[in-house]
Ligand binder design. Structure first.
Ligand code: NCD
Length: 334
């Protein structure tokens, strides 16, 4: 496969089924809706006594995590187990890269173990796409977060959470607040919200934490909370990504909290039934007040639960996309 193939092109089979899941950008509305519908059925199943289905029985899923993670890794692991796959978690940030092994060597080692799916988290933008361009046709790659680029399963679990609380996307005003500049989550959310037809998408941040030309993504830019939050139905907070920040971008954490931290006072600008979201891990007292994070409008823990269902949906869809592609290839060879 050519390395110049874009993430948007590489992730679908010839007849438009999901094959890898690398980014929400460029995917058709029908496919995003299929992910949400499939996830909905898995979410209902998770409330049953027996939570397992055999869709990935006999398959091996390897979670390749080059960057630390708690909720993303554990919900991917649970999702794979509920689909009856065998699961291997590799925390590579603390193993082979420290010993100097390259990404390609790690991949070849995993290939030799006959893995069927790689779930990849990496600090470099484009890492999951690179891996998808290297694997054999019978391996699926799911991006669990690459650099500042994309975090598509997070965006889709956010979309599922919004749809389960608010229904249709068309009438919704949605605000994404905080460190947009360093956020792969915000990018993936904006693409998904646009494709699903959200009525209005706003970003609220100090200018130093906004990527240049962000308006070209189809969002309205606000630099203050009082006008930005006015009448919104959904507030998506982001973590201040201190580990990715050059010091000059922020005056101080307490100044940031004063201006952009979501307190009950600022929440009052939004629609009275607005929901509050955060991908986690949350910094209490930096981007969000504890009373809001733990309050009645918060759906932060629902997001975690929905993460399992969305990851089950994406994994099972990618495996059936692979199978369909294989059948097609065999027919073409005949
Ligand atoms: C996000 C991530 O890692 O990009 N967290 C997550 O997946 N739960 C957001 C963040 O780290 O702030």
């Amino acid at each position: 496969m050519s390395e110049s193939t874009t993430p948007e092109q590489i992730q679908l089979t010839a007849d438009g089924q999901l094959r890898h899941f690398l980014t929400t950008e460029g995917l058709p509305k029908a496919l995003l809706t299929e992910i949400l519908d499939t996830a909905d059925s898995f979410a209902d199943m998770s409330e049953q006594q027996v939570k397992k289905v055999p869709l990935l029985r006999g398959k091996t899923v390897v979670n390749l995590f080059f960057e630390a993670s708690t909720r993303t890794l554990s919900t991917f692991e649970l999702a794979a187990k509920r689909l009856s796959a065998d699961v291997l978690n590799l925390n590579i940030s603390t193993s082979s890269t420290k010993k100097g092994e390259t990404l390609k060597d790690t991949l070849m080692t995993m290939h030799a173990m006959h893995s069927d799916m790689f779930v990849v988290r990496h600090s470099d933008s484009g890492a999951a796409h690179f891996i998808a361009s290297q694997v054999t046709p019978d391996v699926a790659v799911i991006n669990a977060g690459d650099g500042r680029h994309a975090h598509p399963t997070q965006a889709m679990l956010d979309m599922l959470t919004i749809r389960r609380h608010k229904g249709d996307f068309a009438p919704l005003r949605v605000a994404i607040v905080g460190d947009i500049l360093h956020s792969r989550v915000a990018r993936s959310q904006i693409h998904a919200l646009r494709t699903l037809g959200a009525g209005e998408i706003r970003v609220i941040a100090p200018l130093t934490l906004l990527p240049r030309h962000i308006e070209s993504m189809g969002v309205k830019v606000y630099t203050d909370m009082s006008s930005g939050l006015r009448d919104v139905d959904v507030i998506m907070m982001l973590r201040l990504q201190k580990e990715r920040m050059e010091s000059a971008l922020l005056p101080s954490e307490s100044e940031f909290y004063k201006l952009y931290g979501l307190t009950n006072d600022k929440l009052a600008y939004a629609h009275p039934e607005a929901i509050v979201m955060h991908p986690g891990p949350i910094n209490r007292g930096v981007e969000i007040e504890s009373a809001v994070a733990d309050g009645p409008r918060s759906v932060i823990l629902n997001q975690v639960t929905n993460g399992i269902a969305v990851r089950m949906a994406v994994m099972s869809m990618a495996v059936s996309g692979q199978q369909a592609q294989r059948t097609q290839n065999q027919e073409n060879d005949r």
